[in-house]
Design a protein around this ligand. Structure first.
Ligand SMILES: Cc1ncc(COP(=O)(O)O)c(C=O)c1O
Length: 478
């Protein structure tokens, strides 16, 4: 053995590691007797103290035994050691993942967060970083010890209160703090709900086309997905009832359907609620990005029509503030909240606590409302720039679905373009132009009945819309 005096690893640990390896690979079989510590030290050219420290460690770990008058011997390990066995592989082969996770990872999904057309990506250039930094500092200078040690699975109480008030102001959703749970953004909330609500094989309605991340969480929980079509009035509830009348759950985006942008009509909302009530089913309402409405008014949330407590409303601060914040919320009946809290205590205890006190102050002092007021016209102008550019560049090829909120538009292929190109091919061409745009067909569970492109504009300056889309249009025609 060679001791490396320049290495970061202390010498006694090097000696111990060498002996441990020899024991594990069978070079020093069980029962064999070690030579004395003085002799080892002499051979290695180090102090005996180092050897004794190494032996001490190996005694503690169970590799060595001290036998009265028998000296130091190698212990019998519980497993066979093969002298020439190759070291175990450290990487995980896909076949060792669960069937469910393999099926989730097999779902084809093309995206590029760095693309100017990435969907759901906000512009953070004007975010009030100074205020946020001040509140983080301030919150932690004065934070009570309970914020550091025993935060509730339901979240930091002042943040639950501030969120309830924020939802009343921004979405007209009247709820009590007891009905609010702070979650690891919407994706985390969805995952936790799926784990707690779904048994393997349960049927779940999903919008077709719909939000692919919801599909991942549901599939990972073992749900059987039932795609339900979306038309100009939103989810076709009657078709859901025809396909799976006894589904356990429906996951919907009624305010601004993802990806088509349509708002669910009032009669469909009431039909959906009636079905859930009659079946005892749950509805997850993902109200993503409705804070970014482009008009003054917007339909009330499904949750505000829910009298019987079947709707679990999800929202996120990640998209309206900073994507890496990963803090969101759910609003549900107090009975669900109570059960959810008990479940969370057994899964991940609670949402990371560091930012919660600062976020509560950020909301309480009105910074988020001011920021949203500032950003709404910015996003509305970006949407208009994309609409104008598409109208000018691809009037015969794309039909843009109307959308009153959010950070993306969906351009549906006209029969003329669909005859020449699939949306996956169009998306691949946009990537080649350095302006990746997602294909609509990857939002389908079944065979897509429409082709299109889902075009994000959150981070796209108005003046860039035309030249970038011109580059894409040239490739679509070519
Ligand atoms: C339909 C939909 N729901 C929810 C979200 C937000 O998810 P999260 O809060 O996990 O970032 C997005 C983001 O793009 C979305 O498109």
């Amino acid at each position: 053995m060679h001791l490396d005096r320049a290495a970061d690893m202390p010498l006694y640990q090097q000696v111990a590691a060498h002996l441990r390896d020899r024991i594990l690979d069978g070079g020093l079989p069980a029962g064999s007797r070690l030579i004395g510590s003085r002799e080892i030290a002499r051979e290695l050219g180090c102090s005996r103290v180092i050897v004794l420290a190494a032996l001490e460690l190996l005694y503690a770990e169970g590799y060595l035994l001290s036998v009265p008058r028998g000296g130091v011997r190698v212990a019998a390990l519980g497993r066979k050691v093969a002298p020439d066995a190759p070291p175990p592989r450290a990487d995980i082969e896909p076949s060792r993942l669960s069937h469910r996770w393999r099926s989730v990872l097999a779902i084809d999904y093309a995206f590029d967060l760095a693309s100017p057309f990435s969907t759901g990506t906000p512009d953070i250039a004007d975010f009030p970083f100074d205020t946020w930094a001040r509140l983080l500092r301030q919150a932690w200078r004065h934070a009570p010890r309970s914020a550091c040690t025993d935060m509730s699975p339901l979240g930091w109480r002042p943040l639950r209160e501030a969120t309830a008030e924020f939802l009343g102001t921004v979405r007209g959703l009247l709820c009590r703090p007891e009905e609010v749970v702070i979650t690891p953004a919407s994706a985390g909330a969805l995952d936790l709900c799926c784990r707690m609500l779904i048994d393997p094989g349960d049927e779940v309605w999903v919008e077709e086309p719909g939000f692919i991340e919801a599909r991942w969480a549901l599939q990972a929980a073992g749900a059987r997905l039932v795609p339900v079509p979306v038309d100009s009035k939103g989810l076709v509830v009657a078709e859901g009832v025809r396909r799976a009348p006894r589904a356990k759950l429906a996951v919907v985006t009624p305010s601004h359907q993802f990806p088509l942008g349509v708002a669910m009509s009032l009669d469909r909302r009431l039909e959906l609620l009636d079905w859930a009530q009659a079946q005892g089913a749950w509805i997850i309402e993902d109200d993503y990005n409705s804070e970014f409405r482009h008009r003054d008014s917007m339909a009330a949330s499904l949750k505000s029509l829910d009298r019987a407590g079947h709707v679990i409303y999800l929202g996120t601060f990640s998209k309206v503030m900073l994507p890496s914040l990963r803090i969101g919320y759910l609003v549900a009946s107090t009975a669900f909240v109570e059960a959810f809290g008990r479940g969370r205590a057994r899964i991940d205890v609670h949402t990371a606590g560091t930012a919660q006190p600062a976020l509560a102050e950020f909301l309480r002092e009105g910074h988020l409302l001011r920021y949203l007021r500032r950003m709404r016209p910015v996003y509305a102008a970006r949407k208009q720039a994309v609409l104008d550019a598409l109208q000018a560049l691809l009037p015969e090829e794309l039909e843009v679905a109307p959308s009153g909120a959010g950070l993306h538009l969906t351009g549906l292929f006209t029969p003329r373009l669909a005859a020449r190109l699939t949306d996956r091919e169009a998306s691949a061409r946009s990537r080649r132009a350095g302006n990746f745009i997602q294909p609509l067909s990857q939002c389908y569970v079944g065979v897509p009945d429409r082709q299109g492109l889902v075009i994000g504009f959150g981070r796209l300056p108005t003046e860039e819309a035309r030249p970038r889309l011109a580059a894409v249009a040239a490739l679509l025609r070519g």
